[in-house]
Design a protein around this ligand. Structure first.
Ligand SMILES: [Zn+2]
Length: 61
């Protein structure tokens, strides 16, 4: 009694790592309404923000 065995039984401890989906390019895109207008190009664009990893992309709407 008294000895604590760790790492051998039960579930693996959850490591705070990024989603593997994002690593494979499957981001959870959400429309970033804060920046829908691209001033540089003067065009209305839709900015997307990944809800998981924070990656950004833009696409012409
Ligand atoms: Zn992502």
């Amino acid at each position: 009694m008294g000895d604590v065995v760790t790492g051998q039984f039960g579930k693996k401890p959850k490591a705070p790592k990024r989603s593997s989906l994002c690593q494979h390019g499957h981001h959870s895109w959400k429309v970033d309404k804060a920046s829908q207008f691209d001033v540089k190009s003067g065009k209305l664009v839709t900015a997307y923000l990944c809800a998981r990893c924070g990656a950004k992309k833009t696409g012409l709407s």
